[in-house]
Design a protein around this ligand. Structure first.
Ligand SMILES: CC(=O)SCCNC(=O)CCNC(=O)[C@H](O)C(C)(C)COP(=O)(O)OP(=O)(O)OC[C@H]1O[C@@H](n2cnc3c(N)ncnc32)[C@H](O)[C@@H]1OP(=O)(O)O
Length: 492
């Protein structure tokens, strides 16, 4: 349960033991300060594919539905999407077409999961081909359009005779790497202040990566099926891709303000080329340099950044470039032994940031009444005692509004001597004089007040207003003592 300023609690996975007892396998608690954070969806691109990346996620019905839909769309093209996502054979991704449709399908499936969970982005950003995921999340693409656009990108990649190229992620920002690159190599992606992706002929790239590594600069090859994307070496794929895409995107939809472009420079966002999720837009995305660093600067310092891809590829980059206060949530991790638990854990983290994912959609609908053997969950709900909270003090003035006390007045007490002879024998009523004296001395009242407020009655001054005597009749405790009931209600 989440309450403003209290705790966000996430219990992400439960398991029913053989004896029918439900146990919690993963849980985590954190503060939720009550402030709504902006939600950013991040769609990564090439490099996030891995063998078997969709196999376990098929256990989630929403995801499986999306994949089956995409599978049917690709079937007439002779593509077996299910195999691409489920088979553990690494060679599948030697074919770039499989990488494109595989990444797109997983992004569609995960976006559908988030959509049904009612996790709505404030903004959407993509890296390279990840901008197709943006189009889907933004409502510009249907699932069919997205998977066919990814297919078109793959198809033109395998049909065009490119030079043997390579890409590599390096641990230097654009400004630092651009001057170091040999003339054959281009900076393909501006990823962050400490990260870029370079692209060029495979042999020159190999030598340069070795050179950088020898200098202690991070450099890692990006699996791209020997195609130097976002460089001059793929320019000739442009017209063909635009032709294919225009057959898929028949009615280009306007991009909403949510989707911030990384393929068109910010100063051109108001120009016609940036307005629509069109064949031209996505062709430009393939050919031009990726401006992720520049656009990701718009991500606010307190954002919840959800990476949507088969692997949280950009985590290393996002954590280096964004504010420390951002919450990073990858939905997947390459080679994870239990991708569903990983996903559920991260949905739990969304909950802890203050979002309210409607997790019921992930499970079969419960029909009531449930059968008698249904395991209980209630014992997993418990109070956290790890935090200290301030408590109001009882001694605070005005805390108590009323108090009541029974007092025994003894005529041996100098204070109450006067009562002797002031009780009217027949009715056992205090005489009017005795009442006046009680009122004047008001010791009994002071004591009552002092007791209830933990104060020293000797030093107290008490102003009595609207004092009422409800009963003048007193009760004898014995021949020398009388019982008196005193009640105080504070004014206001
Ligand atoms: C058509 C298209 O889509 S083109 C697009 C092509 N794709 C890209 O350009 C993506 C480029 N980025 C990447 O490939 C990734 O973000 C990578 C390689 C930088 C990191 O990916 P990961 O999956 O996290 O890689 P991996 O787990 O193997 O390695 C991460 C290591 O690299 C390190 N690392 C990542 N970036 C940097 C950096 N800038 N400086 C130093 N180290 C770095 C991490 O600290 C981590 O080290 P650790 O394991 O000791 O913690």
């Amino acid at each position: 349960m989440i309450k403003s300023g209290i705790l966000g609690d996430s219990k992400t996975k439960t398991h029913t033991k053989e004896e029918g007892q439900t146990v919690s396998l993963a849980e985590n608690c954190d503060y939720y300060p009550g402030i709504r954070r902006p939600v950013w969806f991040v769609y990564s691109g090439m490099g996030s594919q891995w063998a078997g990346m969709g196999a376990q996620l098929m256990r989630i019905p929403i995801f499986a539905r999306a994949i089956k839909k995409c599978h049917k769309v690709l079937e007439p093209k002779g593509i077996n999407l299910m195999n691409i996502l489920v088979e553990p054979d690494k060679a599948i991704y030697d074919n770039i077409l499989n990488s494109f449709v595989g990444i797109a399908a997983v992004q569609i499936g995960l976006t559908d999961v988030l959509r049904e969970l009612n996790v709505v982005p404030d903004n959407i950003i993509g890296h390279s081909v990840g901008e197709m995921g943006c189009a889907y999340a933004d409502g510009c693409f249907t699932a069919e359009e997205m998977i066919l656009s990814a297919y078109s990108r793959g198809l033109i990649s395998v049909q065009t005779p490119f030079i043997k190229g390579a890409m590599a992620a390096v641990g230097l920002g654009y400004k630092d790497i651009v001057g170091l690159c040999p003339p054959e190599i281009e900076v393909a992606c501006h990823n962050g202040p400490e990260s870029s992706t370079i692209s060029g002929p495979a042999d020159v790239m190999r030598a340069f990566v070795q050179e950088l590594t020898a200098k202690g600069i991070f450099a890692k090859e990006v699996p791209c099926s020997n195609i130097a994307y976002h460089s001059r070496y793929i320019a000739e794929a442009g017209p063909g891709l635009q032709q294919y895409l225009s057959e898929v995107i028949k009615n280009p939809k306007p991009r909403s303000q949510k989707w911030v472009s990384t393929s068109i420079p910010r100063e051109k966002w108001d120009e016609p080329e940036a307005k629509y999720s069109s064949a031209e837009y996505h062709t430009n995305n393939l050919l031009r340099c990726v401006l992720f660093e520049e656009t990701s600067r718009l991500i606010p310092s307190n954002a919840v950044v959800i990476e949507i891809a088969p692997h949280g590829l950009l985590q290393a980059i996002l954590k280096r470039s964004l504010s420390q206060n951002c919450v990073h949530i990858p939905l997947t991790r390459r080679g994870h032994s239990d991708p569903v638990t990983f996903l559920l854990d991260n949905i739990g983290k969304l909950y802890q940031t203050g979002l309210m994912p409607d997790v019921r959609v992930l499970y079969p609908k419960i029909e009531f009444p449930v059968s008698t053997g249904t395991p209980m969950l209630s014992h997993l709900v418990e109070w956290m005692h790890s935090e200290k909270w301030p408590l109001p003090k009882y001694a605070e003035p005005n805390y108590r509004k009323a108090s009541r006390r029974r007092i025994i007045l003894s005529v041996h007490d100098e204070e109450y001597e006067y009562i002797t002879g002031n009780v009217i024998d027949d009715s056992r009523k205090l005489s009017a004089d005795a009442i006046e004296l009680l009122r004047a001395k008001n010791t009994a009242l002071k004591r009552t007040y002092a007791c209830s407020n933990a104060e020293n009655w000797f030093r107290m001054r008490l102003l009595l207003r609207r004092m009422k005597v409800h009963k003048r009749r007193v009760r004898y405790e014995d021949s020398h003592s009388y019982r008196l009931h005193v009640s105080i209600a504070q004014d206001g």
